[in-house]
Design a protein around this ligand. Structure first.
Ligand code: ASP
Length: 311
């Protein structure tokens, strides 16, 4: 089958001046993932490569440049899930790892458990060949300044250019039909140390089932958890085409993948009054995306092989 790839760089109030950087980051992530998938590489390698590019880019809230917690430290979460086996690898509260998605992958492939946290996760990472860095290496100057302002006053989005959230995610299908979804985040700014959001939780921030599709979410984690949004979106993919905003008929002109994405975000708004977004691929590789924040950074590979990015 034809490979497919979709990525996101978070749903938030992306200010005008950050739009180009977000789009460029998504483009680079697509390029990294697609260079693997288009040559017959695996969806696991493709998602990992795409996520690593986004983690390394400080415009996003994952890996280097993540938001700081109340103690002024970066604390990262990541997950990757295999749609064929329904097995996930997830790591949370990492303070000494540059690319948390690599730890998630090691857990997926080599750990009898599906989720490890904090010091135990870092020990596992080290034992499996991932170099640990100093916590300071993950702190960008911009985030330190923002954190100082929050501390002097009180936490406020304006100290972050309106940048409250910018989790990253990717979903890929390879030529053999393998489907993987992944999410990586630094969580929310000024969070309590030890806080875990939706992102690394199976079914909340990420889900993949080859029978239906794969999803990566972003947004207010405490709301996303309430409706188990990633699993909800995958379940919606299983259902027949039903349009939320207008009656279901052929003239609706919206793909079932796109409908499922919209329905999940609609449910988030209706049941939790929370904000967020998601990307997905259905099992045939059709992309879907939706958000109820002012903007979301995302990109996918079109059927002609072109990269489509938007904010
Ligand atoms: N969902 C993430 C969290 O709550 C934040 C985000 O997506 O931007 O940790």
């Amino acid at each position: 089958m034809n490979p497919a790839l979709i990525v996101h760089g978070g749903a938030w109030d992306i200010p005008e001046e950050a739009m180009e950087a977000c789009k460029a980051g998504c483009h680079r992530a697509l390029a990294a993932g697609w260079s693997i998938l288009s040559r017959g590489g695996s969806a696991l390698d493709g998602t990992e490569a795409a996520i690593m590019v986004l983690e390394d880019d400080p415009v996003f809230d994952a890996g280097y440049g993540s938001h700081l917690n109340l103690d002024g430290r970066v604390e990262c979460d990541a997950i990757v899930m295999n749609g064929a086996t329904l097995r996930a690898g997830a790591a949370s509260a990492l303070q000494r790892v540059k690319n948390p998605i690599q730890v998630a992958r090691k857990i997926l492939e080599h750990c009898p458990h599906m989720m490890l946290v904090a010091e135990g996760a870092e020990r596992f990472a080290k034992e499996h060949g991932i170099a640990l860095c100093s916590p300071e290496d993950l702190v960008s100057e911009a985030e330190r300044e923002a954190w100082m302002k929050c501390k002097q006053d009180k936490h406020a989005p304006m100290f972050h250019r309106g940048h409250e959230q910018g989790t990253v995610g990717a979903v890929a299908i390879d030529r053999n039909g393998n489907l993987f979804a992944a999410t990586s985040t630094g969580g929310t700014c000024c969070k309590l140390p030890g806080r875990v959001g939706d992102s690394p939780l199976i079914g909340c921030g990420c889900y993949a089932d080859s029978e239906a599709g794969g999803v990566s979410c972003t947004g207010y984690g405490e709301a996303i958890m309430k409706i188990v949004m990633a699993k909800t979106a995958v379940d919606l993919l299983r259902q027949s085409e039903t349009c939320v905003d207008s009656p279901a008929d052929a003239s609706c002109g919206v793909s079932s993948a796109q409908l499922a994405a919209r329905q999940a975000v609609h449910l988030l708004a209706r049941r939790t009054h929370g904000t967020g977004g998601l990307i997905l691929l259905d099992r045939n590789g059709n992309p879907g995306f939706a958000f109820n924040t002012p903007r979301m950074a995302y990109g996918y590979v079109g059927f002609d092989g072109n990269f489509i990015t938007a904010v």
